[in-house]
Ligand binder design. Structure first.
Ligand code: SAH
Length: 366
């Protein structure tokens, strides 16, 4: 089996220095909490107690960790910081969706969202500042990728969103569908998701964690090898190479065939149902012929198609699909035996779609 190389995809730069005051980021599992406790003569179990304070009891400062001896709390606060971001904007929609615009220590901004749906409390988190994939309808990639998020910055989004919940509620699902291409930053993302899963962390089952990708076969194969059990959602947006390359430029170096066979390998190894995302752009990829092609491409696969009507981005030429086009698209797929659902728009009025709040906020500053 040959795995295609991706000449177009350069790794994004990583986070720079930790916050200027030199303290380590406690939310990063590699921050060195254990050795630090040991050097302070503290028993090893303290690390676990501190993590429980953070993730289960949602302490937002060392001061709040009231059963730790006060001198220890002071020593820890000298060495570690819990937060490296500040909240630049916090918006709440009528449907209960809340969106945070977080400012990172170096001044860049990312977004993350809390969605309330019945008993579900789903968070949507970012993996990079900006994005290099260049999908032509997406706000996140307009200015390219700035840098990878650190593991701590990814965990911090989870925790900031968890803090929006009342004490009796817990996060139930995670989707990595915010800014950035998660499979281009797997080395930072995987340890963050391990914290999300850890029973001493957020305790969210891997089956309730979904990674959304433009479809990078070598990275999908890494996930296959790791056998981590996450759900994979592959953003297709077109069922032929010509159109997909127009909408998802990175496809030129990869090709649909390689994306689909990598997705199949993931399905075979994980047994998890595959999800394919398809953003419907009015009169671009929403015709009957497009739907037929998609049905043929997916034929025989145990797949779910998530149809996402385009969420308009200011300054972009794309249109929302008409209601008739959406219905026709769904009918064709359903008639062909493909499982399909329309992603309901949540929080559209608070710009809760990839990169949109960041751009709206930046525009106001100009
Ligand atoms: N890079 C990853 C994850 C981030 S985007 C990926 O490509 O999957 C998450 C989903 O939102 C993708 O399917 C993406 O194509 C879609 N999306 C981006 N901009 C959108 C917009 N303006 N309207 C609707 N969906 C959008």
């Amino acid at each position: 089996m040959t795995i295609p190389q991706l000449p177009l995809i350069e790794p994004a730069p990583d986070a720079g220095q930790p916050p200027a005051d030199g303290r380590a980021h406690l939310l990063d599992p590699g921050a060195g909490l254990e050795p630090s406790l040991a050097s302070l003569g503290e028993p090893a179990w303290r690390a676990r107690a501190i993590r429980r304070w953070l993730f289960q009891r949602r302490a937002d400062s060392f001061t709040a960790m009231t059963d730790l001896p006060r001198p220890l709390r002071e020593r820890l606060a000298e060495r570690f910081t819990i937060w490296t971001t500040s909240i630049a904007a916090h918006k709440t929609a009528e449907d209960g969706t809340e969106k945070l615009l977080l400012e990172l220590a170096d001044g860049h901004r990312i977004e993350c969202v809390l969605l309330r749906d019945g008993v579900r409390r789903t968070v949507c988190i970012s993996s990079q500042v900006g994005c290099a994939m260049g999908c032509v309808f997406c706000a996140s990639g307009i200015d390219g990728v700035v840098r990878n998020l650190s593991t701590g910055e990814i965990v911090e989004q989870l925790l900031r969103l968890a803090l929006l919940l009342p004490a009796e509620e817990r996060l139930s699902h995670v989707v990595v569908m915010g800014m950035g291409e998660p499979l281009a930053n797997l080395d930072r993302l995987l340890p963050a998701l391990a914290v999300a899963r850890d029973p001493d962390g957020l305790g969210i089952s891997q089956r309730r964690i979904t990674i959304s990708t433009v479809g990078l076969p070598p990275a999908i194969d890494r996930l296959v090898e790791l056998d981590a059990g996450y759900n994979l959602a592959v953003s297709l947006h077109a069922a032929d190479d010509e159109l997909r390359t127009r909408l998802v430029p990175v496809n030129k170096a990869i090709g649909l065939d390689a994306v689909m066979t990598a997705a199949d390998r993931y399905w075979e190894a994980s047994g998890r149902r595959l999800t394919f995302e398809y953003v419907l752009l009015g009169e671009v990829n929403d015709s009957q012929a497009d739907a037929d092609r998609l049905a043929r491409l997916l034929g025989g696969r145990a797949a779910l198609v998530n149809v996402i009507p385009y969420n308009p981005v200011a300054g972009m030429p794309w249109k929302e699909p008409s209601r008739q086009a959406v219905e026709r698209f769904l009918e064709v797929l359903t008639a062909a035996g493909v499982n399909v659902q329309v992603r309901r728009r949540k929080g559209a009025r608070i710009d809760a779609a990839c990169g949109q709040l960041r751009r709206a906020a930046a525009a106001q500053l100009r």
